[in-house]
Design a protein around this ligand. Structure first.
Ligand code: FES
Length: 258
């Protein structure tokens, strides 16, 4: 009876205006995620040699904060990159996106799951149970974000003076997108405004109310910031690697440059 109802719903929705193209969004998400995962794996794990991830005042966000341990035989980025990876991987927005794109669970709004998707157990088994730790990954991601702001400020200060380069500007854009993504997080909204029935009755209520109001305002755009920040992280890394390769002939002298 349930299957029949699903079939009817599927037939009905597929004839609605625009519903025939329901597959475009999950397909785009699958392509975007796959490209990012391949690129970030290459940058974090395979391309750590030769210091292509830093140049002049620039440091790739994949490698920040820079932790270099003499005894660690692998890429130093591995020591930190798992934090933003875990933060994004357990994000409520990304969960919806990759459940649809990779697990077809369901593939789109009002589109029934394919027949082979009959064993979904929720988020009670490994690895999906890790999604319940999102708030803890948020705390760690806030620390990483603070380091990224330090890197960005440093990118504007080089050779004991002001330096403004294309790299400084895209690093600034990247950290702004990352900040908006992090501060529009549902778990952060709960952290600052949850469990409170009356802001004026709790300590720091005014500040919490202000913060909750800000997070609530940008929260509806969380998905947009998720994509902007995903691409900006990759863009900064790509730019620094190109500069580091010497392709632009940058010397980082003076106050303006690459
Ligand atoms: Fe997306 Fe928290 S819900 S980062």
């Amino acid at each position: 009876m349930t299957v029949e109802a699903g079939k009817v719903a599927n037939r009905a929705t597929s004839t609605l205006p625009g519903r025939g193209t329901w597959w475009v969004q999950p397909a785009s998400v699958a392509v975007g995620f796959t490209l990012f995962v391949i690129y970030s794996f290459w940058s974090v794990v395979l391309a750590s040699g030769g210091h292509g991830w830093e140049r002049g005042p620039y440091l790739s966000p994949f490698y920040s904060p820079l932790i270099q341990l003499g005894w660690f035989p692998f890429s130093s980025a591995i020591l930190v990159a798992w934090v933003p990876l875990a933060f994004r991987g357990t994000c409520y927005y990304y969960r919806k996106a990759y459940y649809r794109a990779f697990f077809l669970d369901p593939p789109a709004c009002a589109i029934a799951e394919p027949k082979f998707r009959h064993h979904y157990n929720g988020e009670r088994g490994f690895p999906l149970i890790l999604n319940n730790f999102h708030r803890f990954f948020l705390y760690l991601a806030l620390i990483v974000l603070a380091f990224l702001w330090v890197d960005t400020v440093r990118a504007f200060y080089y050779n004991a003076g002001l330096y403004i380069g294309i790299g400084s500007i895209i690093m600034l854009l990247n950290v702004v997108f990352l900040t908006m993504y992090t501060f529009s997080c549902h778990a952060l909204r709960h952290l600052v405004g949850g469990s409170v029935n009356c802001f004026s009755c709790v300590r720091g209520g005014g500040a919490r109310r202000g913060m909750w109001g800000f997070v609530s305002k940008i929260n509806p755009y969380h998905g947009t910031f998720a994509w902007f920040s995903l691409f900006s992280v990759a863009a900064v890394d790509i730019y620094i690697r190109i500069v580091s390769s010497g392709a632009f002939g940058c010397h980082f002298t003076g106050h303006f440059g690459c």
